[in-house]
Design a protein around this ligand. Structure first.
Ligand code: GDP
Ligand code: MG
Length: 309
């Protein structure tokens, strides 16, 4: 019999954050981890790869999987179904690996078709799920109770948390509740690790985020970034990144008049990387046309959008 003075058993496990694009999944992950590791954008679907972040508590280790937005239709423009299918598959894979799923919706636009589509997909996995109603900083209190009631009828959620990933409201309560839904077991990762993604990946994501922020229409969706060089010298990190696009015209847009656009992307990305890496950064950017990479499985693989299986 465990006595009152025994510490609670250590628990560890995987938690997937699912939800349609733009509900605030990356923002929540960043809030929970306290450092910016997943990229955030006002445009949907910027998180293509699943990102692993780890939160260590006294008696638990929570491993978060940020999933690409599950989307029933296409996004950006119609031609890119292949990439979209890949993203839904990745999202479901991340969820299938989990001990607990956090389904996120927006208090401002609750229960859209895409939310129901996501719910339908995760329900098939038969895993415990919490519902997170995010962005409560943008709605009045009176509308929250009916929304919680309505949400209870949508699915058998173990818990429902109204939160604001942006302000942090409700997030501590969420984090404190998660461990009781994880299996008993030792920590999977060393405690000083917050992410298993290499700094290279962070560099690529940062450049891609700037492309998203500064270009429109199909250009962001036709862009992939690979890191060709990542060299740490004592006083500076030298990074050379290749921006892949699908067409010559997109290359022109990204370079801009007299190279102005590329320079802007580079400057913003460098500043952010310097802040995150706490080091001076030299960032070199090149643009290359990779014809129709979003529709070509081989190119997708080459650019890192295909898992091991
Ligand atoms: P994701 O696509 O689900 O990963 O969504 P992001 O985390 O990239 O967030 C999409 C947008 O919603 C960004 O502009 C965020 O700043 C914003 N956002 C996220 N959480 C909140 C929140 O709690 N309140 C408000 N007002 N905005 C939020
Ligand atoms: Mg995201």
């Amino acid at each position: 019999m465990p006595s009152k003075t025994d510490p609670p058993p250590f628990r560890s496990g995987y938690v997937s954050i699912a939800g349609r694009p733009n509900v605030g999944k990356s923002t929540l992950l960043n809030r929970v981890l306290g450092e910016k590791i997943a990229i955030i954008s006002r445009k949907p679907n910027t998180t293509r790869n699943r990102i692993l972040g780890i939160r260590n508590l006294t008696h638990a280790q929570i491993i978060f999987l940020d999933t690409p937005g599950i989307s029933s239709g296409s996004f950006g423009h119609k031609a890119q179904k292949q990439l979209n299918r890949y993203m839904v598959k990745e999202a479901m894979k991340a969820c299938g690996d989990a001990d607990l799923i956090l389904l996120m919706i927006e208090a401002t636009r609750p229960w859209q078709d895409e939310d129901l589509f996501t719910l339908k997909n995760i329900s098939r996995l038969n895993l415990p799920a919490f519902l997170l109603i995010n962005k409560i900083d943008r709605v009045g209190k009176p509308s929250l109770l009916p929304l919680i009631n309505q949400s209870q009828r949508q699915g058998p959620f173990k818990e429902i948390f109204p939160v604001s990933a942006l302000t942090g409201h409700g997030v501590d309560e969420l984090v404190d509740t998660i461990p009781s839904y994880l299996p008993e077991g030792p920590a999977y990762f060393p405690e000083d690790l917050i992410t298993d993604q290499a700094e290279r990946f962070l560099a690529a994501e940062t450049v891609r985020e700037k492309v998203f922020a500064l270009t429109d229409k199909e250009v962001p969706y036709s862009t992939a970034v690979t890191i060709e060089e990542f060299k740490e010298a004592p006083d500076i990190i030298r990074i050379s990144a290749l921006i892949h696009v699908e067409h010559d015209s997109q290359k022109g847009i990204l370079i801009g008049k007299n190279g102005a656009m590329l320079k802007k992307i580079g400057t913003l990305a460098r500043r952010e990387l310097e802040e995150f890496l706490a080091q001076r950064v030299f960032l070199k950017l090149l643009v290359r046309v990779e014809k129709n990479w979003t529709r070509n499985p081989k190119s997708l693989r080459k650019l890192g959008y295909q898992g091991p299986n």
